[in-house]
Design a protein around this ligand. Structure first.
Ligand code: CMC
Length: 378
């Protein structure tokens, strides 16, 4: 049999059949279960979108209320679980803390039979409900503060902001975060979703599936980019420095973080929505030089690299939005993880409905038929 041709990064190779989300990278379209991201961002909310992703349909009022109530009931962490998070090194990265605490949460959960669809759905609400609480708990402990218990009157976004600060969030801030969560909730076969499906295909438990996907999301080419964007921009002191910054990065063959995408060859539709939210937020809470630098940077990069299909992606504007909400820079990627958990678990559920373990091939480039040489003769 002829050796199949290797496709680096599996670019364009379908890894699963899925009905969860859809991208048209030439037209800049993204839809969840057939609903455009623009319409969901304007009219829906993260909890409803999570249910849509997992179950495939917009919920009836009763289904929505039940799903939201389940998420809220599943926010609780035991004292021992909080002790685990408290014991994690406060100078470590919050994504590592999240990965460790998700694995630990699985250890505290009764062993289940995840071939049973009802037990799968129970795990899904437990994990989506607990995820923001794990992030907020680590943030409080590493700042030397007490844990703030979740407030069941608040939805996922507002409750997360409440648990970070203990202050009732400004309605615009809560809505902006809610929209950011909607925008990050799923995105076809990206690296972390692929990770979730691969780990799930071994029939590993869903806590392990999500902990593995969190690990995959940490890298700067994936979710870690949102943190890098802000760190980069903090090194540029004004709009006039932008051309030199871009030149310097390209001269060293470095990547401009927050730009480029494997699938989109036009501006990422999520970046368009986030840019609008950033504008609204900065108008209400005050404009900073960082915003002007970002707008100038987009102009400069697109004028130089737009012909290669390089435009801002979702990570470019999300960092500005989160920094304006007062969220620490290294919590940006954990927020991405909070949102993407719904997508990961929707894919896990889909994978489990018709599972076959992932076991791809490879193109072998090593040697054959060598004879072992004893160590004293090498
Ligand atoms: N800055 C400068 N050049 C770039 C960039 C960039 N951000 N992205 C792509 N290129 C160039 C790349 O150097 C290559 O040029 P050439 O053909 O001359 O060698 C060409 O564009 C194709 O790039 P690639 O790296 O082969 O594209 P890819 O599909 O393998 O990678 C990517 C996609 C997102 C990893 C890449 O664009 C990148 O590293 N971007 C910066 C990191 C980033 O913002 N990641 C977030 C992605 S969106 C949300 C998420 O998934 O988390």
């Amino acid at each position: 049999m002829a050796t199949p041709e290797l496709v680096p990064g599996l670019a364009g190779i379908p890894a699963a059949e899925s009905s969860i989300s859809y991208i048209d990278g030439q037209k800049g379209l993204l839809a969840y279960r057939g609903y455009s991201i623009e319409e969901l961002a304007e009219k829906s909310n993260f909890e409803e979108v999570s249910r849509l992703l997992v179950h495939g349909e917009l919920p009836t009022p009763e289904e929505h209320e039940r799903f939201s109530a389940l998420l809220r009931e599943n926010r609780g962490l035991s004292e021992r679980m909080l002790d685990v998070i408290r014991a994690l090194p406060g100078n470590g990265h919050p994504m590592d803390a999240l990965q460790a605490s998700m694995a630990a949460l699985g250890m505290f959960s009764r062993a289940r039979d995840y071939r049973d669809p009802a037990q799968r759905d129970e795990a899904i609400v437990r994990i989506i409900g607990a995820m923001p609480v794990l992030v907020a708990a680590f943030e409080r402990f590493r700042s030397g503060e007490d844990f703030i218990p979740p407030d069941p009157s608040l939805d996922t976004a507002a409750n997360f902001l409440w648990m970070l600060t203990g202050e009732k969030p400004d309605p615009l801030a809560a809505r902006v975060l809610d929209v950011a969560l909607i925008l990050h909730a799923d995105h076809t076969m990206n690296a972390s979703t692929f990770t979730a499906r691969v780990v799930g295909s071994t029939e590993a438990d869903p806590f392990t599936v999500v902990a593995s996907a969190v690990g995959s999301l940490t890298g700067p080419l994936h979710g870690g980019a949102n943190e890098r964007v802000l760190r980069d921009l903090e090194t540029v002191s004004g709009v006039e420095e932008v051309p030199d910054f871009v030149e310097g990065r390209l001269a060293t063959k470095g990547k401009l973080m927050g730009f480029g995408h494997r699938v989109y060859k036009v501006k990422d539709p999520r970046a368009v929505i986030l840019q609008g939210l950033a504008r609204e937020l900065f108008e209400k809470l005050g404009r900073t030089p960082l915003y002007d630098v970002a707008v100038r940077l987009e102009e400069e990069v697109v004028s130089r690299l737009g012909h290669k299909g390089i435009h801002p992606n979702v990570d470019f504007y999300s960092g500005f939005v989160y920094s304006k909400l007062g969220i620490p820079v290294d919590d940006f990627t954990p927020i991405f993880a909070i949102a993407r958990t719904s997508g990961w678990l929707a894919h896990w559920r889909e994978q489990m409905q018709d599972n076959r373990i992932f076991r791809p091939g490879q193109v072998y480039s090593g040697e054959h038929g060598r004879s072992y040489v004893p160590i004293d003769q090498r």
